[in-house]
Design a protein around this ligand. Structure first.
Ligand SMILES: *Cc1c(COP(=O)(O)O)cnc(C)c1O
Length: 356
């Protein structure tokens, strides 16, 4: 089989999604299944929909278009504020977008009027992580602006935490979000359908003892794909944490000294290889995998394999014994490493299970 490859078990993904949909549902929270790490892979998106997610979310219009072209007609959400240069495509895709910027929303409104459709927008509020979002004291002005634009419908309010600064969703910032929703509803005499509280980092808060307040939606990617929550990167009980794996192939394996020799300068990626102690000869095994395929720092090797270095296209490991060229090795991956592998043209994707 083609190497390197990401193997995705769609049955395990479906189980994870169903389990999260069910648990969130008991709290009155719907789930948007996030597909950006898999580039909108249609068979995986179809499994998410069959598992009860109420919408598909992706940060790139290209991936939304991929899913639409594959015949997925359900609700979709563009998770990153659209680019002005892509406003027409965003409106044409029928996705709701997350909005933060007045010019972007004015361009979407214009595109919607041109296409004679209505474009849905969810306004994002900044709650402290300092990535996207309108400062809470400017939310009212932003709502008034959106309501004044023909072609756009205000579908709700949302927030995103933990992605840039690692700020954890908690009772305080989630109550602030609910407070924003109530103030907007009162001030403008409207009712907001969607209050989308955040991403997988919100699960500890949502499944904790507190009240979800007005939050009625979460956008979940990593927790569905990897079965873990991203604040402490602990497995979520009842979910599969082995639904995806990266398989790479041995191209060289021989006894070599553990310590390089000669004058030390920079290596391909800047820092010198840690020379460390001289541990005598080791069994050095090279895999055809590198930075161009994935983030080597996010790979978890199986027992008997230790990663000691990586360049663009070579992953250097030490193994307990010499391995035949052609031997395949399976790695677990963190989110960044998985996402990079899915994005690399050198890495194949092999699916098992799913809707046949
Ligand atoms: C990526 C992203 C998500 C999904 O995050 P996960 O941690 O994978 O659950 C949700 N919302 C926004 C705005 C995102 O960019």
């Amino acid at each position: 089989m083609s190497c390197p490859r990401v193997e995705i078990d769609l049955d395990k993904i479906g189980h994870n999604a169903r389990s999260l949909v069910e648990r969130a549902g008991k709290l009155g929270i719907s789930v948007t299944g996030v597909t950006k790490a898999v580039l909108g892979l249609p068979p995986l998106a179809a499994v998410l929909l069959a598992s009860g997610v109420t919408a598909l979310g992706d940060s790139r219009i290209e991936n939304i278009e991929t899913m639409r072209a594959a015949g997925l007609h359900g609700p979709m959400v563009l998770l990153r504020s659209p680019m002005v240069s892509q406003a027409d495509r965003v409106v044409a895709s029928g996705a709701t977008s997350l909005g933060t910027n007045r010019r972007v929303m004015a361009c979407l409104a214009q595109a919607a009027r041109d296409q004679r459709v209505e474009h849905g927008v969810i306004l994002m509020v900044e709650l402290g992580d300092l990535r996207e979002g309108i400062m809470p004291d400017r939310l009212s002005g932003a709502v008034a602006h959106v309501l004044s634009l023909g072609g756009i419908r205000l579908r709700g309010i949302g927030a995103n935490l933990a992605c840039r600064s690692g700020i954890a969703p908690d009772a305080v910032n989630m109550a602030e979000l609910s407070g924003c929703v109530e103030r907007v509803e009162q001030e403008f005499g409207i009712e907001l359908d969607v209050v989308t509280g955040g991403n997988s980092a919100n699960l500890l808060w949502a499944f904790g003892p507190g009240d979800p307040g007005r939050v009625n939606n979460l956008r979940l990617g990593e927790s569905i794909l990897l079965g873990c929550e991203p604040l402490q990167r602990k497995p979520i009980p009842g979910l599969h944490d082995d639904a995806v794996a990266l398989v790479a192939e041995v191209i060289e394996s021989s006894r070599k000294p553990s310590r390089p020799w000669g004058r030390v300068e920079q290596s391909a990626f800047g820092a010198s290889d840690p020379t460390g102690d001289d541990r005598g000869p080791v069994c050095q095994t090279i895999l055809a995998l590198g930075h161009q395929d994935t983030d080597p720092g996010g790979l978890v090797p199986p027992r008997g394999v230790r990663i000691v270095g990586a360049s663009s296209d070579h992953l250097v490991t030490e193994t307990d014994r010499q391995l035949k060229a052609g031997t395949e090795i399976r790695f677990r991956q963190n989110y960044g490493s998985f996402m990079r592998a899915m994005t690399s043209p050198y890495v194949a994707t092999v699916l098992t299970g799913g809707l046949q």
